[in-house]
Design a protein around this ligand. Sequence first.
Ligand SMILES: C[S@@+](CC[C@H](N)C(=O)[O-])C[C@H]1O[C@@H](n2cnc3c(N)ncnc32)[C@H](O)[C@@H]1O
Length: 741
Amino acid sequence: MSFRKFETEREGQIAFFDTFRIDYQNNDVLIDNTDGIWKGNILEFKLNINNINKVLFQAIKYLSKMRVKGESIPATILLVSLNEQICYVFKSKDYFDDIHKLYFGAASKNNDLFISHSPTEKIDYSDQTGAFRLLSILKEEEYMPIDLDENCICGWAERYYRENPKAAKGDFIGDDTGQVRIIGEIREPRHFKGLINPYTAKTNEKFKYLMDKLNDRLKKKDLGAFYTPIQYCEKAKELVNEAIARIPKGNDYIILDRCAGTGNLESVLTDEQLSHCVLSTYEYYEYKVLCERLMDKVRLIIPPIEMEDTYDRGYVKCADAMSKEYLENVLIKKYIDDEHCNIIMFENPPYRDDTSGMTKIKSSDFRQKSYVLEQMKANGVKKVNEIANRFIWSAFEYYLLKPNDAYILFSPIKYWKLDNLVNRKFYGGFLFNKKHFHAKSPSAITCISWGIEEETKEQLELKIYDIENDIIKYKGKKLVKKCYNEITKLFDKRKFDTDNVSYYYSNTNGSLVVNVQKPTIASDDIIAYFVGRGFGISNPNLNFNLLRNTYTDSHGFHIRKDVYKKYLPLLSIKYYLMFLRDWTEVELVCCSADKGFEYYDDYEFIKCCFIFANLNYYNKCLSTIDNNTIIKNELCFDNDTLASTDLNSYKSDLNKEEVELLSIWSRLLDNAKKTKEYNSNLTYSPYQIEQEINTYYVDDNENKVYNYPEINGDIVLLKNKLKEYHVKYITPKLYKYELIK
Ligand SMILES: C[S@@+](CC[C@H](N)C(=O)[O-])C[C@H]1O[C@@H](n2cnc3c(N)ncnc32)[C@H](O)[C@@H]1O
């Protein structure tokens, strides 16, 4: 190894890898911000190690994070003092307990108080003996088996299903209790042999709050399981108490939860209330935890005991709440038929999470045949695809039939707001943050107490609660409004004799596609294409787009010169739905055409949306060239475009923010014109400048270094200023004209 002194750790680290033939370029050596994982070793480099405790602790913190993520824990820790050519060797097993703790914040912070044991070896690798010894350690592929607990089980489950795509939940967490004794990986490690220690607890009770996250990929989609955090269960209990208080004296009641999971909702009820609970859940391992947790306290769990045939391919026989068999279950039916027994349903039915990325997985076909689904179709109900809707519809259809019956229901509000599934008496409700239900990102989920009397409401007032540091916090109130008309109602569907055949399409990123197999239209009159689907309550980025040419799936319309300003507010809507909502609005507000074109008479609003659209990054219209044909972008403020000509008519009405925005733009364009990437045949928008001119490279420290810092600075500035502009001038009017509702 060379004896030169290194200036940076990075330089020394690369020299070390090269010397010891660690192929860091073709292997995942540099993972998780560590200095390197190689075979059974974790490496931590310093130019000079002055404080071993501190550096060792940093490595231990990495190992702790790796355990949580389900990554194999190297058996050996190597601390390398590069300029001294000394390597300190430690064994991970000597720090077993420390690795099993959780650490928050960066691994390199607050490491001063850690006390290490002496290293098992100190190797001077400047001579041949030392170098040979180090080389042989680097070849060892040993790992330290870890203990599983609540903190890491999800990481290991995800890895297990990733590496065993066909595996089912039982293969991972199966236990030796009940009728089905599949001994899962966690109890008898086969795939993870030598990487995890067998989990010795008899049941999975400890993982009761995590059983949704331990589902295999198919089940995750199929079951739509998002567990309710305890703080929200407590809050919802208030609605249950009120519903119980409304029950006439002398009546019995049951609290029915057909999709109880592991029983989180019920876990907060009093013993007296529990004695009225009738519960079931469809997933086998949830059922087992549910029984263990609540069997002796509740009135009934369906099925009451596990029989030989209860386990049905990972599910619980008789417990599919959407089946005919379940609807006809005599044990439940007797309460429904009893005119002196009220039914209170307390449920968080499954729902699909559009952000989960699981939509491509096929559902197991035996679960597709849902009796409730057939009944909904037979009754002419349209919105049947969402599984939550099937639970909700069937609750009112088959169970909630007597005065004072009630439904305390957790669900994204779509069922009421867009699908018009429930028009019943509203007894109050809450808005909760779905992030705390193991969802990927924050969004709004409602918990509403419904009675059974018919009542049509245009809006509901909900109390907002978030959870901060495990404590539930009241955050004010929110009005939720019903929506009737999709924005597609406003689309311009005119066709003209002057339209020509064209084969030009745009990709979602705006780039040009020529598809000679599929003719579309173009004309001098057509300047853009707007893609738009549905209400945009979820995935607005996918569902709305402004492009120069036709988009293939035809969910949209061509924007023509004569009325183009009428349609630029659509981009303001998309932008709002993507960026400006806080969680209390995500999956709660959407776009609507309920007030039609009322907004078009508002000169100021149209002006603002015009300026916003022409300066906004999400306007993906590009100027392109196909052979010698230039397809010009007219929706930008470069010279000689339709938009720049029309901008003149607003010149005397510009407010100070608009003057500022336009001056940033003109500086940006001027600078872009001076670059070698600029093509004077094209007209440029901020998006096109960012795509084609704002080039960069990545330096040694993985930072982006921009070739034109002024251009990059103005792009960022423009984005920030446009955001403020939208909030001040556009957002309130989107609400006023119910374009956002
Ligand atoms: C959103 S989770 C709620 C679980 C629990 N009640 C809670 O709030 O934490 C929905 C539950 O419904 C169960 N489930 C899904 N489809 C079902 C079906 N067809 N019948 C019964 N339960 C079902 C899932 O396994 C999951 O436990």
